[in-house]
Design a protein around this ligand. Structure first.
Ligand SMILES: [Ca+2]
Length: 422
């Protein structure tokens, strides 16, 4: 999935629960690897490691293991003969951007006017298919098209890495070897089933495949045959692409006829520390109002403030959470939601983003975390990522300083923390 805004962004959908069964070393999985974005947390529990002299030796062992898992000899030959170690994959796996990219910059690219216009054209070209999938799965046509636009720029950019080479390289030498091993085995099962030929299984360096950018385990769990030819083809069949996307969102809890959310205005004195979900009625009683029109009627909705109190604010329901299951980043979900709105001709975000805020580097965020820890707001390890713990610690610090506790990190706040810790 494209964009590269959040950490781990290219590791794909989260719902897959394709546990590798307990097996003999060296390919034993270290645990449930359903969520690639959590992988860094389980890396430390890596299974017994066996060193290999080289990639080919590793591949030979893996091949034997895969045969033991029921992969046919013909598939192993077609899929693994000639598979090369790709240094580029390891380079990309190790890349960490220096700056934490502001959400507005990500959205400028992800929801550009070109992307919107192309989305409208794609929807016009494939209206019948999109509407058919809307009817079948309850996911609006413009959301199906928006995911397509964000994931692979409508199929024009899904990556031309061999998924097998990417995953074999990552399984041998990557940061998440157990995970990549499980995905490589899933890729072999897909080829074994006849959904796609080995040489046509293409995608991102991280193993996200085709127009929908499903990793193999997500493909196994969620890809569907939309055109009825008996194969699930997310590389070449638009009906399969649209059906698979809609099926994924439906299974992730999409509620037909509900909007994803709405931009809202918060009342003076709003308690920013509220991170719980509440009904629209409860939010309304606190003075939360829609930026335009009426608040959507949600049984359970959260207030999302992606760029602090000076930026736009949103009330989001179950469908926003469903989009997050595709990729667990607020920026991503907002991009899909607002691209969908734009494709359907609805207004975009009204409130301005705080574009004058200088972005924080990873080092800045680490310093912020270390300093918060030092002055008594425990946020856990200083990993340079603004996660929920860091935001909560920051909110507590802001509140104690008499500031609006929006949990949004700025250079100004970092400076204030530096002074405080001296
Ligand atoms: Ca098909």
């Amino acid at each position: 999935m494209s964009g590269d805004f959040s950490i781990g962004r290219r590791c794909r959908p989260l719902l897959c629960a394709s546990l590798i069964a307990a097996i003999s070393t060296p390919f034993a999985a270290s645990g449930a690897l359903a969520n690639p974005q959590l992988m860094s947390e389980v890396d430390s529990q890596a299974a017994t490691e066996v060193s290999y002299a080289n990639f080919q030796q590793w591949l030979q062992d893996f091949r034997q293991y895969a045969a033991g898992q029921g992969i046919s000899e013909a598939t192993l030959r077609k899929a693994l003969d000639g598979v090369r170690y790709r240094e580029r994959v390891i380079e990309l796996d190790g890349y960490q951007p220096e700056f934490v990219r502001p959400i507005w910059e990500y959205l400028d690219t992800a929801v550009s006017s070109t992307r919107i216009n192309n989305g409208r054209e794609k929807l016009a070209d494939h209206r019948h298919t999109a509407q058919q999938m809307q009817q079948r799965y309850g996911v609006p046509a413009e959301i199906i098209v928006a995911i397509w636009g964000i994931e692979s720029n409508y199929g024009s950019n899904f990556g031309d890495f061999s998924t097998l080479e990417s995953l074999a390289t990552l399984a041998y030498d990557g940061r998440r070897r157990d995970f990549a091993r499980g995905e490589l085995l899933a890729a072999l099962r897909i080829i074994d089933q006849g959904d796609i030929a080995a040489e046509q299984m293409k995608g991102s360096w991280a193993g996200a495949m085709g127009h929908t950018q499903f990793i193999p385990s997500s493909f196994e769990a969620y890809a569907v045959d939309g055109d009825g030819d008996g194969r699930r083809d997310i590389w070449g069949s638009i009906p399969d692409v649209m059906a698979s996307t809609a099926n994924y969102l439906a299974r992730a809890g999409w509620q037909a006829s509900q909007p994803w959310g709405a931009e809202v205005r918060l009342p003076e004195g709003f308690d920013y520390a509220q991170t719980e979900r509440r009904s629209s009625a409860e939010w309304r009683s606190q003075g939360v109002q829609a930026q335009q029109g009426e608040l959507p009627n949600f049984a359970s909705a959260a207030i999302v403030i992606p760029a602090g109190a000076d930026g736009p604010t949103f009330l989001v329901g179950a469908n926003f959470r469903a989009i997050l299951r595709y990729n667990n980043a607020t920026s991503y979900a907002l991009a899909v939601a607002t691209l969908g709105d734009a494709i359907a001709g609805r207004d975009g975000i009204q409130h301005n983003w705080p574009r004058d805020q200088a972005p924080l580097t990873r080092d800045d965020v680490q310093e912020l975390q270390r300093t918060l820890n030092r002055v008594g707001y425990s946020v856990g390890g200083a990993d340079g990522i603004m996660g929920p713990n860091t935001r909560q610690g920051l909110r507590n610090f802001q509140r104690d300083q008499g500031l609006i506790p929006d949990g949004f990190a700025t250079q100004e706040l970092l400076e204030r923390l530096r002074q405080r810790s001296q």
